[in-house]
Design a protein around this ligand. Structure first.
Ligand SMILES: O=C[C@H](O)COP(=O)(O)O
Length: 250
């Protein structure tokens, strides 16, 4: 199985000054970290982060990308633009974009295709809402979201994506599913991917996201089917982000 991957998603947080302190703190505390690390940041801060991360093994990513290659799409950002800043990853289909920007399964799938065609690794987010969880629809929802993406991928491309399971009700709430519940969803996601490409059993990294912090990260990261974390709030504090990264390095 591949090394674990810890990704910080800064969301709509930060400023040049705040970011500088956070980046300095992360770079100064990397001893004991032996997992893959990435930070996904707001577009205006890509240049700052590109420069700060130069010479480190921390990869850079964006929080969204356009489904279009180039042209009259005011406000959108293309894969080529992200490559100008050495981005490796892009988050696609985060529940906050599905909810606040009305992103459909189809649009998410188109963005995944565009990201891959542009040479980026999409971190594809799936997850159920509280209502869907209470209605017992978790498997149905993540299967629908995953199927939309898998249906547009070539077999070989299944190994080129990262998947993040983020129950919407766990994001920023302090509530978390049990590691066993997450393990079950991850096993289902992996099974769907294996059906498309048997190599997915080894090659695909499936992350957990939702209120992961140093005090609960170990119980998730020790599960065999959980290959890392997509971290929101705890990625805004260097010590917390690094503590999670160290737990992923065990
Ligand atoms: O992308 C990150 C997730 O939405 C998790 O956010 P959180 O760690 O603040 O719950």
């Amino acid at each position: 199985m591949a090394r674990k991957l810890i990704v910080g998603n800064w969301k709509m947080n930060g400023s040049l000054a705040v970011n500088a302190e956070l980046l300095d703190g992360i770079k100064a505390g990397l001893s004991g970290v032996d997992c893959d690390l990435a930070i996904c940041v707001p577009f205006p801060y890509l240049a700052q982060c590109q420069s700060a991360l130069e010479g480190t093994d921390i990869a850079l990513g964006a929080e969204d990308v356009s489904a279009h290659a180039i042209g009259a799409y005011t406000g959108q950002v293309s894969t080529r633009m992200l490559l100008d800043f050495d981005c490796k990853y892009v988050i696609v289909g985060h529940s906050e974009r599905r909810e606040y920007c009305n992103e459909s399964d189809e649009l998410v799938a188109n963005k995944v295709q565009r990201a891959l065609a542009g040479g980026l690794t999409p971190i594809v987010c799936v997850g159920e809402s509280l209502k869907e969880k209470e209605n017992g629809q978790t498997a149905e929802v993540v299967e629908r979201q995953m199927h939309a993406v898998l249906s547009v991928l070539e077999e070989r491309e299944v190994c080129d994506i990262v998947v993040a399971y983020e129950p919407v009700w766990a994001i920023g709430t302090g509530k978390t599913p049990t590691p066993d519940m997450v393990g079950d969803v991850h096993a289902l996601l992996r099974e769907l991917m294996i059906r498309k490409n048997p190599d997915a059993v080894e090659c695909v990294r499936i992350l957990y996201g939702g209120s992961m912090k140093p005090s609960n990260a170990e119980e998730f990261l020790k599960m065999p089917d959980i290959n890392g974390g997509l971290i929101g709030g705890a990625a805004l504090k260097a010590d917390d982000f690094l503590a999670i990264a160290r737990l992923a390095s065990k």
